[in-house]
Design a protein around this ligand. Sequence first.
Ligand code: DGL
Length: 262
Amino acid sequence: MRNNPIGIFDSGIGGLSVWQEVKKLLPAENIIYIADSINCPYGTKSQEEIIALSIKNTEFLLAHQCKLIVVACNTATSAAIDILRAKYSIPFIGMEPAIKPAALNTNTGKIGVLATKGTFEGQLFKETSKKFATNVNTVIQIGEGLVELVEQGKANSKEAIPILKENLDAMLNAGVDQIVLGCTHYPFFTRLIKDLIPKSIKIIDPAPAIAQRTKSVLAEKKIANDLNKASYSFYNTGNSLPMQSILKEINCTEKVIFTTLI
Ligand code: DGL
């Protein structure tokens, strides 16, 4: 069990923002990543559809003997994490919308959350807001066109700038001083977002905290890998080229294996 891989899934390549943090913190762990690019985006689908796709991705990772699964997708976490935990016996780590740190650190009393429609509609987002954000003003913004840009390998393109501006406008006008990236695709825009917002606004990416949580659960369950030669495999239900170019962009120098499942 200890040497079995960690599984990670997302609707697409956004979850690589989580993958890179998990890999950095847990260099001995083998990781299998599946991007369900053919069904991307999940954010506009119904909760039932997102649940069914999350089960399909989980079954795939279980067939590859994964010992723990990181749901590196806020949309899938918000819709399906409780169902996955009830249905399967292995541990699941989900994406937490980082509302708590944003609410704790705000000076203006206004925080922004950028996420998909599916995430805002899910139970988890509602519960987290109720728990941590009753004393602050939360400006929510459904990300329009952003996931698509990342999937097309255009996260750092000129084309992304006006689309990002439109998505950030309402939050900036409201005076937020914290912006939560509530979709794992969005950290790939961090450089461009920084150029578009005042330096006083903090951008919060929950990925490092998710990697920490993964580490704690592996230790708690006594299933951390005790060998030291990790391998990384990537599966894609669509075109794997954008994934290969993002891995290059984030300086992944390890040997990786790509498989397209169609
Ligand atoms: N990366 C995803 C998330 O964190 C999903 C985006 C989508 O497929 O709409 O929400």
